[in-house]
Write a new protein. Structure first.
Length: 380
């Protein structure tokens, strides 16, 4: 038996052998999904998929409410199924959304690693809506994909459907957005370390009054972690955090919320915060599109970057020249995508996978100035 086979295929072949050998005779009822799951130490989803494959290949008949019954025990179709299933795994990918600033390289990493491993991927987008995320997951499971990589939708509560798949042992990898407290395979950025690195940079260049701009921290654990890293840096530098100059309830960059009215409302909030706090020297922004919104607000106020106010953000469109305007944190998108595929393939083979947090890098651009003790300014 091929040890690299997915668990569902191992179970399929075991049942197949028993049917062909006559251990299960025609008309005999097979054990239930739950019984098979317990007997072979697999999840109910795995046993269900194995039975469905037997039914699809004419070996058994599944009768709702009664069970699965052997209807054929002589047709040798095992080799065909092994070739079509084990050599080319099918992986579903559910992304909340993606753009040039974050997500495109992530998907590229997934595609490259899938190609290396002779996998097929089926990408779907949830557009930030949990109901669409559920529909995408349901359709992928119904298709019989071998595993799923999912970037969970932002929200105050975890998606029960994702939690159930994790509990049932389905080959599922969380990407980018971790579910804290849930033991599940995950690959993403160490956002605490990344935010601390960025804040260290700003504090070391004499900035003290740093405004923090983000969407609601309840929307994603990534924002919570970035706030944590920001505060840790302040504490280590012996500087008091001033949360009165924060704006952490913006919505226009969330999936499906980019209406003109939301954009204008967010822009007004940023302008009001800046007008009411004239001592702000820098704005720490948790994502690229919000940084563009901050630029828009500053332009309306006739303020220049970095001469009047500096900006540091997360992410941004990649270019080969490396000449960037925004000083920013760059996440290792391709590596996250590649690792996610590697992880889901390990889960399909029945291996154990833990959480992995990748270290981001700081890219210096032109949007941050160094505040000298004598008042001179220098762009960095």
């Amino acid at each position: 038996m091929n040890e690299n086979q997915p668990l569902y295929l191992k179970l399929y072949n075991s049942l197949y052998d028993k049917i062909v050998s006559g251990e299960y005779s025609e008309g005999e009822k097979l054990p239930t999904e739950k019984e098979l799951a317990e007997q072979f130490n697999v999840s109910n989803i795995t046993s269900k998929k194995s039975l469905e494959m037997l039914a699809d290949n004419g070996m058994i008949k599944r009768v709702p409410g009664k069970g699965s019954f052997v209807i054929k025990s002589t047709v040798d179709n095992k080799i065909i199924v092994q070739k079509s299933k084990s050599n080319s795994p099918i992986i579903g990918v559910v992304l909340s959304d993606f753009s040039e600033s974050y997500g495109t390289n992530l998907l590229s990493g997934i595609e490259e690693e899938a190609s290396k491993n002779n996998c097929f991927i089926i990408p779907k987008r949830s557009y930030g809506k949990q109901e669409l995320e559920n529909d995408a997951i349901d359709s992928l499971v119904d298709m019989g994909v071998d595993g799923i990589i999912v970037m969970p939708v932002h929200g105050e509560h975890y998606n029960p459907k994702i939690l159930k798949l994790i509990i049932d042992g389905y080959p599922l990898v969380l990407m980018d957005c971790d579910l804290k407290g849930i033991q599940a395979a995950f690959v993403g950025t160490d956002n605490v370390d990344a935010a601390k690195m960025a804040t260290d940079y700003l504090l070391e260049h004499r900035h003290r009054k740093i405004s923090f701009i983000s969407t609601n921290p309840k929307d994603t654990t990534a924002i919570e972690d970035r706030i944590k890293g920001f505060i840790i840096s302040y504490a280590e530098h012996g500087v008091k955090v001033d949360e009165t100059i924060w704006e952490t309830n913006l919505v226009s960059t969330l999936p499906g919320m980019d209406t003109e009215s939301n954009i204008e409302a967010d822009c007004d909030k940023i302008k009001k915060m800046i007008i009411n706090n004239s001592d702000i020297t820098c704005i720490f922004v948790t994502e690229y599109n919000l940084a563009l919104l901050v630029m828009r607000a500053l332009k309306h106020l006739n303020k220049a970057v970095p001469e009047d106010i500096s900006i540091l953000c997360f992410d941004g469109p990649y270019n080969n020249i490396g000449d960037y305007f925004f000083t920013h944190i760059r996440q290792k998108e391709k590596q996250i995508g590649c690792t996610s595929v590697q992880f889901v393939l390990k889960l399909i083979r029945g291996e154990i996978v833990d959480k992995t947090y990748l270290k981001a890098i700081l890219v210096t651009g032109q949007s941050v100035r160094d505040i000298r003790v004598d008042g001179n300014k220098k762009s960095l």
